[in-house]
Design a protein around this ligand. Structure first.
Ligand SMILES: NC(=O)c1ccc[n+]([C@@H]2O[C@H](COP(=O)([O-])OP(=O)(O)OC[C@H]3O[C@@H](n4cnc5c(N)ncnc54)[C@H](O)[C@@H]3O)[C@@H](O)[C@H]2O)c1
Length: 244
C-alpha cells in the first residue's frame, strides 16, 4: 500500500517543518523528490541527508521564472512530474489595523499566488502524461477563521483547489487540499508563541499538537494511486479541533 516507486514529486518549503517531513516520507515510500526552498543552506543539507532520490533547488515560490526553472530542472533530472506539494507558507499575527498593504501582499504572494504559479507551470507536464496529483497545503484556517491575511489565503487555497480539480479531472489529474491543525514545526514553536501554543493544545480533543510526520501520512496517501478517486476534496488533519 502507498507504494510510490517510480513517482517524481516536487515539495516546496522543504528545508524544515512539514515540507521536510513530506519529502522524507515520500522518499521513504519510493518516490524521487525535488525539495525547493528559499533557505539554501538547510534545504541542501536535508537533500544531502536524503540521498540520491533527493534534489534541492533554491526557489522563491512567488517568482514565476523560479517555477519555470524548477520544472525544467526536474524534467532534466527525472523526466516527468507526478506529484506537486504546494507547502511553502508563512503565518501572520497582526490585527487588521496593524496590517500594512505590503504585509497583506506578502502573505498573499507566498501563501496564495505561489499555489497558482505551481499549478500553472506543473500541470502542463502532468497533462502530457495524463496523470498527476497536486496537493495544496491549506490549514484549518481555510475552514474556520483566524488572523486576517492568513485566513484569507488559506480559504483561497481551498477554493483554488476545487477550481483546478474541476478543470484538470479530464486529464486524470487530481487536486486536493490538506487542512492541518496545530503542528509542532518551527513556524509555531517559536520562543514567544510556545506558551500560547501549549495552552491551545488543551482545546484539541486529542489533547496535543501533531508531529509533522502525522500530516505527511496524508500527503503520501494523496500522492499514491490508492487515492485515485479523490479530487477537489478537503483532507483535515487536526486532532478533532474543527469537530467541536
Ligand atoms: N505548523 C502549523 O501548525 C500549520 C498548520 C496549518 C497549516 N500550516 C501550513 O503548512 C505549511 C508548512 O508550514 P510549517 O509549519 O512547516 O512552516 P515552517 O515555517 O516550519 O516551514 C516553511 C518553509 O517554507 C519556506 N518558505 C517561506 N517562504 C518561502 C518562499 N517565498 N519561497 C520558498 N520557500 C519559502 C521557509 O524557508 C521554510 O523552510 C505552510 O503552508 C503553513 O501555512 C502549518
Amino acid at each position: 500500500m502507498f507504494n510510490l516507486d517510480g513517482k517524481v514529486a516536487i515539495v516546496t518549503g522543504a528545508a524544515q517543518g512539514m515540507g521536510e517531513s513530506h519529502a522524507r516520507k515520500l522518499i521513504g515510500q519510493g518516490a524521487k523528490v525535488v525539495l525547493t526552498d528559499l533557505n539554501e543552506e538547510k534545504g541542501s543539507q536535508v537533500a544531502k541527508e536524503l540521498g540520491d532520490n533527493a534534489l534541492f533547488i533554491k526557489h522563491d515560490v512567488t517568482d514565476e521564472d523560479g517555477w519555470k526553472k524548477v520544472v525544467s530542472e526536474t524534467l532534466a533530472k527525472w523526466g516527468k512530474i507526478d506529484v506537486l506539494v504546494n507547502n511553502a507558507g508563512i503565518t501572520v499575527t497582526k490585527s487588521i489595523d496593524d496590517t500594512t498593504e505590503a504585509d497583506y501582499l506578502k502573505v498573499f504572494q507566498i501563501n496564495q499566488l505561489s499555489v497558482f504559479l505551481g499549478m500553472k507551470y506543473v500541470s502542463p507536464e502532468m497533462i502530457k502524461n495524463k496523470q498527476g496529483s497536486i496537493i495544496n497545503i491549506s490549514s484549518i484556517n481555510g475552514l474556520v477563521g483566524a488572523k486576517i491575511g492568513y485566513t484569507d489565503t488559506k480559504f483561497a487555497v481551498r477554493g483554488m483547489t476545487k477550481a483546478a480539480a474541476l478543470e484538470l479531472a479530464q486529464y486524470n489529474i487530481r487536486v486536493n487540499s490538506i487542512h492541518p491543525g496545530a503542528i509542532a514545526t518551527p513556524m509555531v514553536m517559536q520562543e514567544d508563541t510556545r506558551a500560547a501554543v501549549e495552552q491551545f493544545a488543551k482545546m484539541i480533543p486529542l489533547g496535543r499538537l501533531a508531529e509533522p510526520e502525522e500530516v505527511s501520512g496524508m500527503v503520501v496517501y494523496l500522492a499514491s494511486d490508492e487515492s485515485r478517486y479523490s479530487t477537489g476534496s478537503e483532507f483535515v488533519v487536526d486532532g478533532g479541533i474543527t469537530a467541536q
